[in-house]
Design a protein around this ligand. Sequence first.
Ligand SMILES: C=CC1=C(C)c2cc3[nH]c(cc4nc(cc5[nH]c(cc1n2)c(C)c5CCC(=O)O)C(CCC(=O)O)=C4C)c(C)c3C=C
Ligand SMILES: [Fe+2]
Ligand SMILES: [Fe+2]
Length: 342
Amino acid sequence: MSKGVLLVNLGSPDSTETGDVRRYLREFLSDPRVLDINPIQRSALVNLIIAPTRAPKSAEAYKEVWTEQGSPLIVTTYRVRDLLRERIDLPVEVGMRYGNPSAESGIRALMAQGVTELFLIPLYPHYAMSSYETAVAKVQDTMDAIAPKLRLVVQPPFYNDPQYIDAVLERAKDALAKNPDHVLFSFHGIPERQVKATDPSGCFCLRMENCCETRHPAHSFCYRHQCFTTAKMLAAKAGLERDQWSVSFQSRLGRDPWLKPYTDFVLEELPSKGVKSIAVFSPAFVADCLETIEELGMEGKEEFIKAGGKDYDLVPCLNDSTLWIDLLERFVTDYLDGKLAA
Ligand SMILES: C=CC1=C(C)c2cc3[nH]c(cc4nc(cc5[nH]c(cc1n2)c(C)c5CCC(=O)O)C(CCC(=O)O)=C4C)c(C)c3C=C
Ligand SMILES: [Fe+2]
Ligand SMILES: [Fe+2]
């Protein structure tokens, strides 16, 4: 058995040109695990409303974060690949769920190196059908189509792994040393209906009071529970009191209810409650991207300051930090030691 590693993240447009952004948004939002609505409605919504209206606005936002080497998300993921290659004696490739480099190109690159068993690391700490699940499904479907004999082993979500918690906290050392009035853990949001849809019991998550605070087997698939757990572990390790931190959800799209409270509302409200300095974490993202650099670092900061806040620190994502590469290396050694089932 010849083994290889595939790192999968969400992906970005090829450039900040509106046409490229539109193509990317079309692919992304046509995914039934992202817009989980009737296919005819989805197609109409994507092609007639979202792609034409959102693409030019998103293109402007991407221009704010684009680097000389390209999208921050892609550039960082390649850097992580290179650093992991230095640590392990296996081929490591990158594939994105949407756009380029595609999941297929990553799988083909591994096959060209003789790989017969692929270890997939979805670069998401938390399970959501619109992130982790769709990444795994894309790789599985692509393998079924182009390499049915290839075996697949998948890294589970790592939202409660103490090494992940330590790696995130290490990135926050400077921000926490300033003793901010408040710490906000802002996670990418998802529609509430998706939390219900992935609850295998069909009767627990978002259907019972304190559901996500109560132990339940559904939580292997509950994004909300997993985000709360990450936030609690980070706060405990950082020695924060319960009234010093809170959780919020960002980046909502459309009119349906998404997980609450919404980050933009919270940032506008906190100064009126006496919070003048804040540290904002974004633990659902392992690499800085549009949603952290532009939405939290630019828009979020502006909202907080406009509402009367004074000091705003955005904690950088794990990016290419040593503790993150240590953790990725450990995922691979656990896999090689047979600690993960195929
Ligand atoms: C962290 C995990 C993510 C989840 C869960 C997620 C759900 C989700 N996202 C959208 C819509 C958009 N997201 C966009 C950007 C984006 N999303 C994630 C991660 C998750 N999304 C990342 C890492 C990024 C940044 C990509 C980059 O190139 O930097 C965008 C595109 C930008 C924009 O127009 O705002 C959209 C659209 C939905 C609808 C959804 C769950 C249903
Ligand atoms: Fe997203
Ligand atoms: Fe839950």
